[in-house]
Design a protein around this ligand. Structure first.
Ligand SMILES: Cc1ncc(COP(=O)(O)O)c(C=O)c1O
Length: 409
């Protein structure tokens, strides 16, 4: 079934205000079916889940389980392999603090990481004495492209590497790592692989088995779901190996005054009352994306992304960071573009885009201060425009017009 862009846009009431929303990499807009799922819970079966036997808890528990199943299927995981979290950050923290890191272990990540896939590992270094190794582009290459290839990882992943924790798509640059190939290196070295999929799960078909990762973390609010929702996929055989971040009600098989035993399922990670309405909203978001089809979402974004980058490439006063539009053909880019305007601070550009044309973009360091330092942009940061399934060619055209005008002073 083909759903037209007009039909899609009708589902996003916030667009009626006339804004041009190009900040979906930070958080996406929320369609009516997701809003309805959240409201329906509070209006019709507002009850706790997994507790008691009354009629309302039975409905709520069943819907919560259904949401688990839908989200697991969306990323090719088994229902018992998905933990609901409050966001990507929480998912990564669960792994970093729970996999039993110890002195002598090595953790590998890349220059592209978001702080959420950096700080948990720095804390592990300080706490457990693990060694950290950062994969950076080869010296002498064009710094603005920030190129990372599988060969750069080959040199650092070895038998001491306990885990490789990498982003699938850089939120600051919109460019992709060759995760499948890196996964092969991990297998050869008996190393775990965590993928920060905050910027991939919303934008393309993602399958945990196809990627070959042990852990995959993502956020609901970047994929049309409510804030405060997310998922961590964990390979089934590792589920019981990981120490949960928190323990308490809902996660327990048995307890005494001196001991407890946790359940063997994802419930061991979801103690306390979860974000039930949010989880149901996330389930509705996944259904919404599936109805359109992730291949179609990806293709549409690629079209808009190309228009965006190629338009910016034509402007003398603009510098783009990361790979150019040719990377779409290689499957190494999404419709998120970072750039600077000569002689201007990125926040000033973002303010002008908003005030003069109602165009909403992100500016600053994008929670990637080490990457910005590498690019020599720690003071001014970049402007980041990101498109999603509700954006149009006309919006991108308007964006390019306004950027050109701003660039001319
Ligand atoms: C690549 C990446 N990782 C992690 C995060 C953190 O996501 P959250 O704030 O939802 O935990 C983000 C958010 O922008 C991101 O883009």
């Amino acid at each position: 079934m083909t759903i037209s862009i007009e039909e899609i846009r009708k589902d996003f009431p916030i667009l009626d205000s006339g804004i041009i929303y190009m900040d979906s990499a930070a958080t996406s807009l929320t369609p009516e079916p997701v809003l309805n799922a959240v409201q329906e819970y509070y209006r019709n079966y507002n009850a706790n889940v997994g507790r008691g036997v009354h009629r309302l808890t039975q409905i709520a528990s069943q819907k919560y389980e259904d949401a688990h199943r839908k989200v697991a299927k969306f990323i090719g995981a088994k229902p018992q392999e998905i933990i609901f979290t409050k966001n990507t950050t929480e998912g990564i923290n669960i792994v970093a603090s729970g996999i039993g890191l110890k002195k002598g272990d090595k953790v590998v990540f890349s220059l592209w990481e978001h702080h959420s896939n950096l700080l948990p590992w720095i804390r592990a270094k300080n706490k457990f004495g693990v060694e950290l190794e950062v994969v950076k582009p080869i010296e002498g290459k064009d710094k603005t492209r920030c190129e990372l290839e599988v060969s750069d990882f080959e040199e650092v992943i070895d038998e001491r590497t306990k885990i490789v924790a990498i982003t699938h798509v850089s939120n600051a640059l919109g460019v992709m790592l060759p995760v499948r190939e890196i996964s092969r290196l991990c297998r050869e070295n008996n190393t775990l692989l965590l993928v920060d999929a905050a910027q991939s799960v919303p934008h393309m078909p993602v399958d945990v088995n196809d990627l070959g990762c042990d852990f995959l973390a993502f956020s609901g609010h970047k994929m049309l779901g409510p804030t405060g929702t997310g998922g961590l996929a964990v390979k089934e055989e590792l589920m019981e190996e990981i120490e949960p971040l928190t323990v308490g009600g809902g996660a327990v098989e048995d307890a005494s005054f001196v001991d407890y035993s946790l359940t063997g399922t994802y419930e061991r990670f979801e103690c306390g009352t979860p974000n039930i309405a949010g989880a149901l909203g996330l389930g509705a978001a996944v259904e919404y994306l599936e109805k359109i089809g992730m291949e179609k979402v990806k293709a549409r974004e690629e079209k808009l992304g190309k228009q965006l980058i190629e338009g910016l490439q034509e402007m003398d006063q603009i510098e783009i960071y990361g790979y150019g539009s040719e990377a779409f053909e290689l499957g190494r880019r999404i419709g998120t573009v970072s750039f600077t305007v000569q002689g201007m601070n990125s926040n000033d550009v973002a303010i002008r885009l908003d005030r003069e044309a109602g165009i909403i973009v992100r500016s600053g360091h994008h929670c990637c201060i080490p990457l910005m330092k590498y690019l020599g942009l720690d003071a001014e940061g970049t402007v980041r425009a990101s498109v999603y399934l509700y954006n149009t060619e006309a919006e991108v055209e308007r964006f390019l017009e306004v950027v050109e005008k701003i660039g001319k002073g």
